[in-house]
Design a protein around this ligand. Structure first.
Ligand SMILES: [Zn+2]
Ligand SMILES: [Zn+2]
Ligand SMILES: [Zn+2]
Length: 315
């Protein structure tokens, strides 16, 4: 028999986190965000993952698109990891400094306040024309902060703003493109599946505490050669397969699926956990030697009961 874990650690993280969040009534929306150096990532219940990873869950129906968020992107290559560059409008150097500026109205000279200082407090002299400046608002003005280019000495209030992508494409702010990324939310499918996922993982933990190995969501090869995915494969003698059907996923098809798997894996005993309220004649199709049916009122509260039933199936 071949036993292989189908789930990736990310799957386990996803289903258990989504289930916890759903139980707590927390929002299960995953929003894109721009992470420095990494590009667009999503907070996947505490783990940063790129969008491609989430598309995999979208394709399997575990996520739905709930909206979109727009990000500025390079007009040449669409890259969203953009660097903002502040340049001298005269020589395009980035070697510029922010300074408090002063202007002499008579001659029009604009420069940093320090270039007007005389050493005598409150007395200013224009470095261009040499006149002494007395009254603010009349002789000189204080326009606030601006920039001085260290390369060409140009003084300016508005720098040139350029955007550069990691591929070296330079563009102006006005020419940027918009790239949209989806906002995801956890789908109804997960609500249905998460409860079983949680129960199976807790059973596996409790079995481990009792020294019994088990494999959640194991792939088991049947005598027909087909591989079956079973919720929990317990390594007892004989092996026990735990199948759980909750009210939201139970139907005739899912019951027949359990019966077929049980026939195809004859060396194992199946413990089928059903909701108490279920009424179906299909139970009769099971061979009671191979499939033991157990009914529970509330799956979450019946974990210890299920655990006892598993252990009682030991030869
Ligand atoms: Zn680019
Ligand atoms: Zn310059
Ligand atoms: Zn002057």
């Amino acid at each position: 028999m071949e036993l292989k874990k189908l789930e990736s650690p990310l799957d386990t993280h996803f289903f258990s986190s989504a289930y916890e969040a759903l139980l707590k009534g927390e929002p299960v929306e995953l929003r894109p965000r721009l992470k420095h150096g990494a590009g667009i990532t999503y907070d996947f219940f505490g783990i940063d993952v790129p969008e491609e990873k989430l598309r995999y869950y979208l394709e399997r129906g575990f996520l739905e698109v709930a909206g979109e968020v727009a990000f500025p992107a390079c007009p040449v290559c669409g890259e969203v990891r953009l660097n903002l560059k502040i340049l001298c409008p005269n020589c395009r150097s980035s070697n510029i400094e922010k300074r408090d500026l002063m202007i002499h109205y008579d001659c029009g000279y604009l420069g940093p306040v320090e270039s007007f200082e005389t050493g005598e407090p409150g007395v200013y002299r224009c470095p261009k024309c040499g006149k002494t400046l007395k009254k603010v608002g009349i002789d000189y003005g204080r326009p606030g902060f601006g920039f001085v280019c260290r390369d060409c000495n140009a003084v300016f209030q508005v720098p040139l703003i350029e955007v550069e992508c990691p591929n070296g494409h330079k563009s102006s702010i006005q020419s940027l493109e918009i790239k949209k990324y989806p906002v995801y939310r956890v789908s109804e499918e997960v609500r249905k599946f998460a409860e079983i996922h949680d129960a199976v993982n807790r059973l596996s933990e409790l079995l481990m505490e009792r020294g019994v190995r088990s494999e959640p969501f194991a792939s088991v090869k049947g005598i027909s050669g087909e591989k079956h995915r079973v919720p929990l494969y317990v390594e007892l003698d004989p092996p026990v397969i735990v199948e759980i059907l909750t009210p939201s996923i139970i139907d005739d098809r899912s019951l027949i699926g359990v019966a077929i798997r049980a026939l195809d894996i004859p060396e194992a005993i199946t413990l089928l956990v059903l909701p108490r309220e279920i009424e179906t004649d299909l139970e009769k199709i099971f061979n009671p030697e191979k499939v033991r049916v157990m009914k529970v009122d509330n799956l979450k509260e019946s974990i210890n009961e299920i655990l006892d039933s598993i252990l009682m199936l030991r030869a």
